[in-house]
Design a protein around this ligand. Structure first.
Ligand SMILES: CC(C)(COP(=O)(O)OP(=O)(O)OC[C@H]1O[C@@H](n2cnc3c(N)ncnc32)[C@H](O)[C@@H]1OP(=O)(O)O)[C@@H](O)C(=O)NCCC(=O)NCCS
Length: 296
């Protein structure tokens, strides 16, 4: 078995194939992976090759938190329990240390007890759970207007003002450690690459924003990106529903939601939970556990 950095087209293709077969709800493309690597050379992409076939992948890179690195190890099911996952992790771990991280975290599907055990054996402990919500778009009701607030599409001229709101609100995300907003260029690359950004205006003042973000490997899916509001709700807003809060962009710790076009199918890993609510357009497409390792 050989473990090496994925840099060639063949290796990056193998990396994407392993990733997509194990994480179909968050597919990646080779082109996008190359772009990310070119922008952020500190990203470590690894492949494990056995008998001429890429059977495992590893990733280590920075997160918005300086003290925490991100880890993603994947091994095709028929190649598991042979030490490949640990071997990939053992290359990722020193890379995370080199990046200055004091801990490393990853995500594991909620019902994947083997992978949870694997992580526990390596000293990881659960620090949180994420639930992704999917909404299939159909006949959408027009939004009820909010008194004193106007929602408008934003342009490039507003980007600095949006970023100021992101910087103010990013630390409010429910993360185990402090998480400042990323630098402007990284933020803009991730958050402004969708078709539209909406702003909430109180008079002339931009007080909140929400963006739809594209996923290169899933053109039929738009992700509801970070939603932020720069000031506390007014008293008259307090009775409003969560849907209103989402639309207005409360600094609410709302889970990221993905929006599917009508008829779009959400591909789900077999080990992920899918609960279709009768008569409702919201789908809980899977929960994952965030695990952190404090052994770096
Ligand atoms: C988690 C994951 C990467 C583990 O991959 P893996 O290649 O099976 O991991 P390893 O083989 O290195 O795991 C070592 C285990 O195999 C056992 N093992 C190693 N060599 C072995 C061999 N020759 N025969 C039998 N067992 C062996 C070890 O004893 C160890 O078992 P233990 O966990 O019960 O102690 C894989 O299950 C996976 O892709 N899961 C989905 C993605 C995920 O959740 N990743 C983790 C979060 S980043």
């Amino acid at each position: 078995m050989e473990i090496r950095r994925a840099e060639s087209d063949r290796d990056l293709t193998g990396y994407a194939q392993v990733w997509n077969s194990i994480t179909p709800s968050e597919p990646i493309t080779v082109a996008e992976t190359k772009r990310r690597l070119a922008r952020q050379p500190w990203r470590l992409y690894l492949v494990a090759e056995e008998a001429g076939r890429i059977v495992g992948s590893g990733f280590a890179g920075r997160t918005d938190s300086a003290e925490r690195a991100f880890l993603a190890v994947r091994v095709l099911p028929e190649w598991r329990r042979r030490g490949i996952g640990v071997a990939l992790y053992e290359v990722c771990r020193p890379h995370a240390v080199e990046l200055g991280a004091a801990m490393i975290s990853g995500r594991i599907a909620e019902h994947d007890s083997d992978s949870l055990q694997w992580a526990a054996n390596l000293g990881f402990a659960e620090v949180g759970r994420d639930v992704e919500l999917v909404r299939e778009l159909g006949d959408e009701m027009p939004a009820a207007p909010l008194e004193g607030i106007e929602i408008k599409e934003l342009t490039a001229a507003d980007h600095n003002a949006i970023y100021r709101i992101a910087v103010a609100c990013w630390p409010d995300m429910a993360t185990p450690e402090p998480m400042p907003a990323p630098p402007y260029d990284d933020w803009a690359y991730e958050e402004l690459r969708g078709p539209v950004v909406f702003g909430a205006f109180d008079g002339e003042r931009l007080v909140g924003y929400a963006a739809l973000v594209t996923r290169p490997a899933r053109p039929d899916v738009l992700e509801h990106g970070f939603t932020a509001r720069s000031q506390p709700p007014r008293p008259r807003d307090r009775h409003r529903t969560e849907a209103d809060a989402a639309r207005l962009g409360g600094r609410a710790r709302l889970p990221r939601a993905r929006h599917l076009h009508a008829g779009g199918e959400q591909a789900d890993a077999g080990d992920q939970r899918e609960a279709r609510l009768p008569g409702a357009a919201c789908v809980d497409s899977g929960a994952s556990r965030r695990v952190n390792c404090r052994r770096l």
